[in-house]
Design a protein around this ligand. Structure first.
Ligand code: NAG
Ligand code: NAG
Ligand code: NAG
Ligand code: NAG
Ligand code: NAG
Ligand code: NAG
Length: 931
């Protein structure tokens, strides 16, 4: 017994000793057994693929487990920090078990950046009375936020929402009343939470007496004008309501937040009206972002009285008039963006006194001024300068040594030339350089290419007249655009990190092989290669396996010869291939079949021979197919009809024979409305460019801009072949087709009766065939028609009268001896007359199209840019169009990259704000940056 007691005593002593000796080391505290079991059971419910909780073992003291924090005296668990590091391989998931309720003293719970797969936020969290900090940010919780959270009366920080994905339910709130019970709340962050249904959000949040930071980002709010008499945010320092749907004026209550407010961000809404004078009341404001709204009027002169401002962004609004000179009084200002407004006049001289300025973004305005080196004397901290798309003239001495080191310089479409800006050589930190279209007519200096190789990201010299021999030069930037200059010599060498290389429209010459077969110092990630419109020659080499990342390749308008090598088919990610206007010959190689993600193929204007391969029908994402002006023979394979996304089909000017397949009505984008977004998204998705793609997603607005351009055109051109047979009636189902050219073939039979249902048709050319019969009455329905060719066939009877068919020149109809009626001079005979009368009777029966509509249609066409002219009759325009198709995304890419950079700067700025006003660290997770 005594021995036993002794052992117990000994154990007790040991226990006491260890407890005492370790009490100053909170990590080695002995934890409460109930809590330990609760935590083990909590762990059991979770999935933990990255084994982050491997230290949570029954053998160990739970206070020593990682991410568990115990109170240093009581040993009770007070903090659970399960935040992930952003790497999805380490995301926790599964079930958040209510056993957590047993952690009575838990005051800090962080589950952010994990993935709970859209599960609802567990409502038991509302019973964890001691919680002071609850972070569920970007943890993929979805559905209704449980109102029980309103019971957390000790809570002072609450983070909810985060990136919302379409395949998971979004978090939402029906009635936000519960928030007003969180009487201790100081920090409220909600991102991508749908608050659309809660019109009283402002009343409820303003009842929180201690609220210091309110961040409701992308919460679908549409009204911040309170229905209550006043808003009583007594402690608010940060108010960020960006990315919502406010479409009214800036409300007055904001300006009652006089002494407290330091940060106001209302960007990315649709706010209207002027900036009210009362904004001056916010006299301690550090950070003001009203960008991306619809604000108008002049920028108020008195803004210069907000002396503490160090961040001011008014970009992308509709402000006009001059830049107020008082902005020069904002001596702390580090970031000033007035980009994308309608500001005019000269730059106030006071602007150049802002010695703390790091970012000066005044591009895309109507500003006109001459800027010399003197102006920059005080701007030694400048890092980012954007004066692009203005009428500013940037004239500095060639030996100027600027006081700053720029990281971003965007002076596109702003007068800089004619001399090359040699002062650039002093800038050693540049990451973006865009001096496109800036009037430079000069030789690129010798040092330039070596210097430029240190620019990390973007260099755009396009649309100048810069000359120089690039033979042997090594290009090293991610994005390089040298297009439309006077560069000569052989193609330069590339480093593996180049993603986009555009050198179109220069005078590069020599064989293309050394470039394509160069030994790269690593694996190339080149996605876009455009060397069109140069004087490149030689055969396409077999080195395509070096360029596996290519998604767009343009070698059009050169002097390339020989056959397409099989290895081109190894470009699995290829999305657009232009080889048009060369001297290429041979068959279309079977290996091309592997390029299953092609969206655009232009082999036009070459000497390709053989048949159109039937496997082309497997390219289900193909939208544009041009094989124009080659020596192709044989039938049009009916498999082509499987290309349901096709919007442009051009087989003109070959030696094709046989009949027109009956199945053209399978081109669903030419028949039905509303599916091109899907087709387009495939096209996008398969661009094979992760980075690029993600950036695209961020710029939803821009992507849809591209879509709307694509939506413009639907054409089929089979002209100048040897096609026979009749026009299949199925073709009249292509109700969205804008242009149909079947001229110069051997077609027989009549025009399908229902041709009139091709309502979008603007150009119809059936001339030079052997078509016969009457012109169907239904063609009166073609109200958009502005080019018609029926000449040199065997049409007979009266041209349907009283319609726009009369508005065409007689040339549209000549060469049909049996055709009569206006605009032809041949009068109709009795028979034809009676038939004409029938037609008129029909018109009187209410089928006549009022001329009013036709007028409208013509107006529409004028505003629309003549698709027909561009694609059919002027070759140059046709190239321009394809070029256009191809370029828009790049422009989006650049814009996005720059935008992204801005966001990053923005973040940097915010980070400095963090120090200043102790903004919560969660701001790092600004969703705009999670790209
Ligand atoms: C326990 O922690 C608190 C702060 O959390 C600290 O102020 C106190 O000094 C600590 N006590 C001991 C004994 O370490
Ligand atoms: C506004 O809030 C403060 C702090 O909670 C309170 O003292 C004051 O009475 C409130 N004012 C009104 C008019 O409700
Ligand atoms: C702003 O404050 C004044 C008093 O300082 C008050 O009369 C007015 O109602 C407040 N306005 C709002 C919208 O809160
Ligand atoms: C600026 O634009 C306004 C109208 O938009 C015009 O009245 C004014 O004359 C312009 N100022 C200059 C300097 O061009
Ligand atoms: C022509 O348009 C009218 C009215 O829009 C319609 O009733 C008629 O069916 C159309 N005819 C053809 C052939 O599409
Ligand atoms: C056609 O008929 C008109 C009268 O309807 C007549 O003036 C004209 O001379 C005729 N033209 C021909 C070529 O017969």
């Amino acid at each position: 017994m005594t021995i036993f007691k002794g052992i117990i005593l000994f154990l007790l002593l040991c226990f006491l000793f260890t407890t005492i000796s370790t009490s100053s080391h909170p990590n080695t505290l002995l934890c409460n057994q109930i809590e330990k079991h609760a935590l083990l059971s909590f762990k059991h419910g979770l999935s933990d693929p990255g084994n982050r909780l491997s230290s949570w073992s029954a053998q160990k003291d739970c206070c020593a487990w990682n991410v568990v924090h115990c109170h240093n005296i009581t040993g009770r668990v007070i903090k659970l920090d399960l935040k992930n590091n952003g790497n999805s391989n380490f995301s926790l998931g599964g079930k958040v078990s209510p056993v957590l309720l047993q952690l009575e003293f838990l005051n800090y719970l962080d589950l952010s950046l994990n993935d709970f797969g859209g599960a609802p936020i567990p409502s038991f969290l509302g019973s964890m009375q001691s919680l002071r900090y609850l972070n569920l940010f970007r943890a993929s919780f979805g559905g209704l936020i449980p109102p029980q959270l309103g019971n957390l009366s000790n809570l002072h920080s609450l983070y909810l929402g985060g990136v919302y994905s379409s395949y998971q339910p979004q978090l939402y709130v029906d009635n936000f009343g519960w928030i007003s019970h969180l009487s201790s709340l100081e920090y409220l962050y909600m991102l991508d939470v749908n608050l659309h249904k809660e019109v009283h959000w402002l009343e409820f949040t303003s009842m929180l007496p201690s609220l210091s930071e309110l961040f409701l980002y992308d919460c679908k709010l549409d009204n911040m004008s309170p229905s209550l008499r006043y808003v009583n945010f007594t402690s608010l320092t940060v108010l960020d309501l960006s990315f919502n749907h406010f479409n009214h004026e800036i409300p007055n209550w904001l300006f009652n937040l006089t002494t407290s407010l330091l940060l106001l961000d209302l960007s990315y809404n649709s706010l209207k009206g002027h900036i009210p004078n009362t904004i001056l009341e916010l006299r301690y404001l550090n950070f003001l972002d009203l960008s991306h709204n619809q604000l108008i009027g002049q920028i108020p002169e008195h803004l210069g009285q907000l002396k503490h401002l160090d961040y001011l962004s008014l970009e992308y609004n509709s402000f006009d008039g001059p830049i107020p000179s008082s902005l020069g009084d904002l001596s702390s200002l580090g970031y000033l963006s007035l980009y994308g407004n309608r500001l005019n006049g000269t730059l106030p001289s006071s602007l150049w006194l802002l010695s703390n300025l790091q970012s000066l973004l005044i591009g895309n305005n109507s500003l006109a001024d001459k800027i010399t080196e003197v102006h920059f004397n005080k701007l030694s901290k400048l890092r980012e300068l954007d004066m692009s798309s203005t009428s500013l003239i940037f004239k500095v001495k060639s030996n100027w040594v600027p006081p700053f080191q720029l990281e971003v310089m965007l002076v596109s479409s702003c007068q800089m030339g004619p001399n090359f800006p040699t002062w650039l050589q002093t800038q050693t930190s540049l990451q973006y350089l865009d001096i496109s279209n800036s009037g430079i007519v000069d030789l690129a200096p010798k040092w330039f290419w070596k210097w430029a190789s240190h620019i990390d990201l973007l260099i755009d010299l396009s649309d100048n007249q810069i000359s120089g021999d690039l033979s042997g030069v090594l290009l090293n930037n991610s994005y390089i655009d040298l297009s439309s200059n006077c560069f000569t010599g052989e193609l330069p060498r590339l480093s593996p990190q180049v993603i986009v290389l555009k050198m179109a429209n220069n005078s590069f010459s020599g064989s293309i092989s050394p470039f394509l077969c160069q030994k790269l110092n690593g694996k190339s990630i080149l996605r876009i290669l455009d060397m069109s419109t140069n004087s490149l020659s030689g055969e396409l080499p077999h080195c395509w396996t070096y360029w596996q990342s290519l998604s767009r390749l343009n070698l059009g308008n050169n002097n390339l010869s020989g056959e397409i090598p099989d290895s081109l088919g190894s470009l699995f990610h290829l999305n657009a291939l232009h080889l048009n206007n060369n001297n290429l010959s041979g068959d279309i190689p079977p290996s091309l079949r592997n390029c299953i993600y092609l969206g655009l193929l232009d082999l036009g204007d070459n000497k390709f021979s053989g048949n159109i391969p039937s496997w082309m029908g497997e390219w289900t994402t193909l939208m544009v197919l041009s094989l124009r002006s080659n020596r192709l023979i044989g039938n049009i394979p009916p498999q082509i009809c499987q290309l349901s996304s096709l919007i442009i089909l051009d087989f003109a000017d070959n030696s094709l024979s046989g009949t027109i397949p009956k199945c053209f009505n399978n081109f669903s984008l030419m028949t039905t409305v509303g599916t091109e977004d899907d087709a387009f998204s495939v096209f996008e998705y398969n661009s094979g460019a992760e980075n690029y793609e993600n950036l695209m997603l961020v710029m939803k607005g821009k992507a849809s801009e591209y879509k709307s351009i694509l939506k413009l055109v639907r054409t089929i051109d089979l002209s100048s072949n040897g096609l026979w047979g009749s026009i299949p009636p199925e073709i009249s189902n292509l109700s969205r087709l804008q242009s149909l050219n079947l001229s110069f073939n051997h077609l027989v039979g009549s025009i399908p009766d229902k041709m009139g249902s091709m309502e979008a048709l603007e150009c119809l050319d059936l001339s030079r065939n052997h078509l016969s019969g009457e012109i169907p009455q239904s063609m009166k329905n073609l109200t958009f028609l502005n080019h018609l060719g029926l000449s040199y066939n065997n049409f007979s009877g009266r041209i349907p009268s009283g319609t726009q068919l009369q508005s065409f020149d007689a040339l549209s109809y000549i060469g049909n001896p049996e055709l009569c009626g206006a605009p032809l001079t041949k009068n109709c005979t009795e028979d034809e007359e009676s038939q004409g009368r029938d037609a008129i009777d029909e018109n009187e029966g209410g089928h006549e199209i009022p001329w009013f509509y036709i007028g409208m249609a013509l107006g529409f066409i004028v505003g629309f840019w003549g698709v027909c002219g561009a694609l059919f009759f002027k070759k140059a325009w046709r190239y321009a169009y394809f070029q256009f198709l191809y370029d828009v995304k790049d422009r989006v890419y650049v814009a996005t990259a720059i935008r992204w950079n801005r966001l990053r700067n923005n973040l940097r700025k915010r980070k400095s704000m963090v120090k200043m006003i102790k903004l919560s660290t969660q701001l790092e997770c600004h969703p705009g940056l999670l790209i």
